[in-house]
Ligand binder design. Structure first.
Ligand SMILES: Cc1ncc(COP(=O)(O)O)c(C=O)c1O
Length: 430
């Protein structure tokens, strides 16, 4: 632990849990996995497995759902207790700690996005962040186009389609196969009429990595703004929002950052911060919230001008441990391991002749692998019941994402269990 109590090494408490804990793997239909101990000791060459002890749920599950809900760090309980203790002990004066926590949480995200200091602030979810950004723009007949793709997250699309009521015209670039999208098709859609390009760095439904530098360069050339949704990339691959050349970026705590729901973030390119006046606003976006001036908004000069009403504080404490751990390990090491893991998953998918719905090319593949076969939704449901955590998306298939804390053996265990569920005990079809 570092001097300020932040997680900088796997903690004593975590190690003790893991030493004393029975390394129970999930109960398997046919007892498979029994006897195998993918606890990490058998893979001494993988330094990231030291962090397993910080995530007790790994002891009795195969946890491959980090693209949707990252595993709970043991330290989270302590940080949430800190939040409650401040409330209990300091009452109204807890705000003296709580408001700076917004900036501290933003600082942790700035590190993950390689963003300059004071260019990030915190919200509760990405849909809200997009609503705020949408309220920054005006549409004219000459410039009213919003461009994104059929691989983007539906919730974000709902926000931008709603802008059509204000004069926007949404252009969704389709993905022919539901997996990838030709960069040129996106570039062709971005023209002098384009206002904004709210687009995912990585598609939630295929793990496809879009060519953001090319898209951002095209947007900049025509005076449009890229709003990058980093939800499926932050925490599993390196991101440099400045190098990528985007105007805005957003994402949240729920997935690879292991922070649970409620701590989403917004990055605004420094020179753009003062340029916009979001109509979706509130008193924490005011230059002097505690002056209680009426009736109009006078926006803060800082990144806080994008803030609406009272920020949600508890989720920031809840998300702290995950962001610290991911920041401590570093995205490069996580990415290297993730590429190895997803390659192994693809081998096992191919062996079974399942349909692969994720790019094979490593540079175009992020942290999850999506694959499909007849009956996959039912199989995913049963795997979750057996604590082999994964999910299923209609038209895409089963999604799994081994994260930094998973062992290679768990990948094999997962597929052995999947075979058992799919084929019944004792059967094999490959
Ligand atoms: C790419 C992407 N964007 C956004 C979201 C979620 O948005 P929100 O924070 O509004 O729930 C998800 C997943 O839940 C996602 O995968």
């Amino acid at each position: 632990m570092s001097e300020n109590g932040a997680v900088s090494e796997p903690s004593e408490r975590g190690r003790a849990m893991s030493d004393n804990g029975t390394q129970n793997k999930p109960a398997s239909g046919a007892g498979a996995g029994a006897g195998a101990d993918p606890g990490g000791e058998d893979q001494p060459d993988d330094p990231l497995l030291r962090w397993r002890s910080e995530f007790p749920a790994l002891e009795d599950s195969v946890y491959f759902i980090s693209h949707s809900l990252g595993c709970l760090p043991i330290k989270t309980a302590e940080y949430m207790e800190e939040f409650l203790e401040l409330w209990h002990r300091k009452s109204i004066t807890a705000w003296d700690d709580w408001l700076p926590e917004v900036d501290r949480a933003a600082g942790r995200i700035e590190k993950l996005l390689s963003a300059p200091a004071r260019t990030v602030t915190m919200f509760t979810n990405v849909s809200l962040v997009n609503s705020i950004l949408a309220s920054c723009f005006e549409y004219t007949p000459a410039r009213n186009k919003i461009v994104y793709t059929g691989l983007d997250f539906p919730s974000v699309s709902y926000v931008w389609k709603g802008e059509e009521r204000r004069g926007a015209e949404v252009h969704v670039v389709p993905s022919p196969d539901g997996v990838e999208i030709a960069t040129q098709a996106v570039l062709d859609a971005i023209d002098e009429r384009t206002v904004a390009v709210p687009i995912s760095h990585v598609s939630y439904r295929s793990s496809f990595v879009l060519d953001i530098p090319a898209i951002a360069a095209r947007a900049a050339a025509v005076g449009a703004h890229v709003i990058l949704d980093c939800y499926q990339s932050a925490g599993v691959m390196p991101i440099d929002v400045v190098d990528l050349g985007v105007s805005f970026a957003c994402g949240g705590s729920v997935k690879y950052l292991c922070g649970g729901p409620g701590a989403a973030y917004l990055y605004v390119r420094r020179d753009l911060i003062g340029l916009f006046e979001p109509r979706v606003t509130g008193w924490f976006g005011n230059e002097a919230p505690f002056a209680f001036t009426m009736p109009g908004q006078t926006y803060a000069d800082s990144i806080w001008r994008y803030m609406g009403g009272t920020p949600a504080i508890a989720p920031l404490y809840q998300a702290r441990a995950g962001a610290e751990i991911v920041g401590q390990i570093g995205a490069r090491a996580i990415r290297e391991k993730s590429l190895r893991s997803t390659r192994r998953v693809i081998e096992l998918v191919d062996e079974r002749k399942f349909a692969l719905h994720t790019p094979r090319v490593p540079e175009r593949r992020a942290g999850s692998v999506v694959f499909d076969f007849v009956g996959s939704a039912d199989v995913a449901r049963e795997l979750n019941r057996r604590r082999f955590f994964c999910d299923h998306r209609p038209g895409a298939g089963i999604r799994i994402a081994p994260h930094f804390y998973n062992t290679e053996d768990e990948i094999d265990l997962f597929f052995e269990e999947l075979d058992r569920v799919r084929l019944g005990p004792g059967k094999k079809d490959h």
